[in-house]
Write a protein that binds this ligand. Structure first.
Ligand code: ADP
Ligand code: MG
Length: 680
């Protein structure tokens, strides 16, 4: 099997350099990769249904005899319309083809064919437009359907896959050891690969899928687990004392129990574990993660080490910096900011101080991982809103110290099993409690028809001294017809809000302009901030009480929840207004789910159910490899089995002399190669 991954795809019949390019576009460069290119779905031609039983709108296969010669007419635009009728024992059906000059010679009156297509029609008649067809003798099978690119049809891919499968050796070494296969009742690799492409029944597909999903998850878990082992190196940063009691005296409030627990977990890691801390602090928006970071930084700095915190946006970095600078003003902790938009001179000064150890706590954006950033004694790395960073960026910052401690914070509340999957190399603390006195945010779903009422509601709150956010999905007016934030703000200024201060904030603005707007919003100088999702993460303005979201159906639930988290941060009653004109059932269900609950975990579950895990598990966001067939949200049962199996295999796996698991090691390497992970 492994050797097939060394044979270029162009080796197959009918694939020259041009077709080869197309295959490479699909990520298929070798014969082996083609064998592992699983069908997207199937067309089941194996059990034709009666015309009478085929429902309008359904895509089916029928077996019918052609009743009359094909008649051809030219229609508007010179297009050729070919029609005929066919029947089975239950009914007749009309067949229509466009622009196919050969139909009349391909379909013969009185002969029987399988027709596959969507049934349309009205009362009393049924029709199939442009069905695919074949003779029953060759056609009564299940066809695999592959993802296509222009110039490469699923039929062509099928033909090539057939040849690739025929090249599989008689016996292939299964990466899953036999006893594990028996234990979990899994098909062998060769059977599974053959059947996933060319099943005899849908049961075949199921069995093949289960085996391949198990394998993929096993490989993923093995890879993540071995990374975890690698990451745990001895740290030279060992704290001798916990300074949190001193830290809490700086705060105007008491920490929640959950915050304190998270801090204790971290300090414990940094004092007692001989290996570097690797911890994820996960807490819903507004749960107070920033202070957990501050407490950890404080203890580190008091022990003579530097701490660095990386945030995904300039706005957020600046805001954190202000918070910390104020908090630590009367202490010995010297805090500084480093972002891309600072002038060269400002940066130079900060970098020099940092390398000399004259800065204790640096807050910044991705700028922190630039080559020219040097620390004198980096002891702790904190990344905020971890879901916005790749695993790579995290490790780049870590590389600036001698195996420093790592604290990552995320508001994306993912179910625990999945969190452990994604952050497989991290320990986990969960902040499951909000600071006291938090108001729940009332959420409502409206459509255009009552927009003016909504505006009046905003104005009423502004008259009481509060501020509002309005979020639009796009910056510029684009082809989707969504109104742009810029235009939207103009409309407000000239209309309902002409007596108020309305400003716009979007990602394409210069950093200094963004900062300026944000600063004035923080200072209460702006009543309505019209924004794109740049304000999604972390921004904290307690006086803002309304979050109005236009075209809410364009956003994912978790993203909406994050946006909603921007309000309800102070003592005032807060509201989230979702505006959507979508009539779609799914869209409305999703938005209603959000109106019903403020619990991030419930929302994430709902989001996973309705939308699939793409957003959370995209390889770009996590540096996790892309999965071909497994679905982390859907295949939780198989995932558990794979985790159990991985555990029982780990010792053997780490014993490099054990040749039995050579195949599995090779697969782990292959899966993680794509994301550039370092694996031993
Ligand atoms: P997030 O977890 O979303 O990053 P933040 O750290 O931004 O949340 O905290 C949200 C708000 O709650 C901030 O205004 C912060 O000052 C406040 N806060 C944090 N911890 C507490 C606490 N224990 N008691 C009261 N307010 C708190
Ligand atoms: Mg935060």
């Amino acid at each position: 099997m492994a050797s097939l991954f060394e044979i270029p795809i162009e080796h197959l019949n009918g694939i020259g350099s041009k077709k080869g390019q197309l295959y490479r576009k699909l990520g298929i460069d070798t014969v082996g990769a083609l064998v592992r290119f699983y069908p997207r779905t199937y067309e089941d031609w194996s059990k034709p249904c009666l015309i009478d039983n085929a429902a309008i709108g359904e895509t089916v296969c029928i077996k019918a005899t052609v009743a009359q010669p094909v008649s051809e007419t030219r229609i508007s635009g010179g297009r050729l319309l070919a029609t005929t009728r066919a029947y089975d024992e239950s009914a007749y059906i009309k067949l229509t083809f466009f622009n196919n000059r050969y139909i009349s010679s391909m379909i013969k009156t009185g002969e029987e064919y399988l027709f596959y297509g969507k049934v349309t029609g009205g009362t009393g008649y049924k029709e199939m437009v442009s069905p695919v067809f074949a003779k029953p003798s060759v056609g009564e099978v299940i066809h695999p359907i592959y993802s296509q690119v222009a110039g490469l049809t699923t039929k062509q891919i099928e033909t090539s896959v057939k040849q690739a499968i025929s090249m599989l050796p008689e016996v292939i070494v299964d990466p899953i050891p036999d006893y594990i296969r028996y234990k979990y009742d899994l098909a062998g690799l060769k059977t599974a690969l053959t059947k996933i492409h060319f099943p005899k029944s849908m049961e075949d597909v199921e069995r093949a899928r289960r085996r391949l999903i198990f394998e993929e998850l096993l490989v993923l878990v093995m890879g993540l687990t071995s990374m975890k082992n690698v990451a745990k190196k001895k740290s030279e940063v060992v704290l001798t004392a916990d300074h949190t009691d001193e830290f809490v005296k700086l705060l105007p409030y008491t920490l929640t129990k959950a915050q304190r627990r998270a801090i204790d977990d971290c300090i414990d890691d940094m004092i007692n574990k001989k290996t570097a801390m690797n911890r994820l602090v996960q807490g819903d928006v507004g749960s107070g993660k920033t202070m957990v970071a501050a407490a950890c930084a404080y203890s580190c700095v008091r022990e003579g080490f530097q701490a660095a915190m990386m945030a995904p946006t300039e706005i957020l970095a600046a805001q954190h910096y202000e918070t910390f600078a104020k908090l630590f003003a009367d202490t010995s902790v010297r805090t500084e900011l480093l972002t891309g938009s600072m002038t060269a001179k400002q940066k130079r000064i900060v970098l020099e101080k940092l390398s000399k150890g004259e800065i204790d706590f640096i807050v910044g954006t991705h700028s922190l991982i630039s080559d020219n950033v040097e620390f004198s004694s980096l002891g702790l790395v904190i990344t905020d809103e971890q879901h916005r960073f790749g695993v790579r960026q995290r490790s780049d910052l870590l590389a600036k110290g001698k195996n420093p401690h790592l604290l990552v914070m995320s508001a994306t509340p993912i179910p625990r099993t999945l969190a452990l999957m994604i952050y497989g190399d991290l320990d986990l603390s969960i902040i499951d409690e909000l600071p006291p006195g938090r108001q729940t945010v009332d959420t409502m779903l409206i459509d255009d028809s009552i927009r003016l009422r909504a505006y009046n509601f905003l104005i009423k709150n502004i008259n009481e001294g509060r501020q509002c956010y309005i979020v639009c999905p796009a910056v510029e007016n684009n082809e989707t017809g969504l109104i742009s934030a810029v235009e939207y703000a103009e409309n407000l200024k000239n209309g309902s809000f002409k007596d108020y201060s309305v400003e716009v904030l979007h990602g394409k603005m210069k950093a200094s302009a963004k900062d300026d707007v944000m600063q004035r919003f923080v200072n209460g100088k702006i009543d309505v901030l019209v924004s794109t999702t740049v304000i999604e993460v972390g921004v904290n303005v307690p006086n803002a009480v309304i979050m109005m979201i236009e075209n809410a159906d364009r956003f994912g639930l978790s993203q909406l929840h994050q946006l909603r988290g921007r309000v309800g941060r102070g003592e005032y009653k807060s509201y989230c207004i979702l505006v959507s004109n979508s009539k779609g059932q799914d869209a409305r269900r999703r938005l209603k789910a959000l109106c019903k609950t403020n619990d991030g975990f419930v929302i994430t579950d709902e989001d996973l159910k309705l939308r699939g895990p793409g957003d959370f598990f995209g390889s770009r966001q996590h540096g996790l490899p892309e999965l071909k067939i497994a679905d982390l949200a859907e295949n939780v049962g198989i995932l558990h089995d794979a985790q159990e199996a991985a555990k029982s295999l780990m010792d053997e796996y780490n014993n490099k002399d054990n040749l039995l698991l050579k195949g599995l090691r090779a697969e782990v390497r292959m899966l993680f190669n794509n994301v550039g992970q370092q694996l031993n």
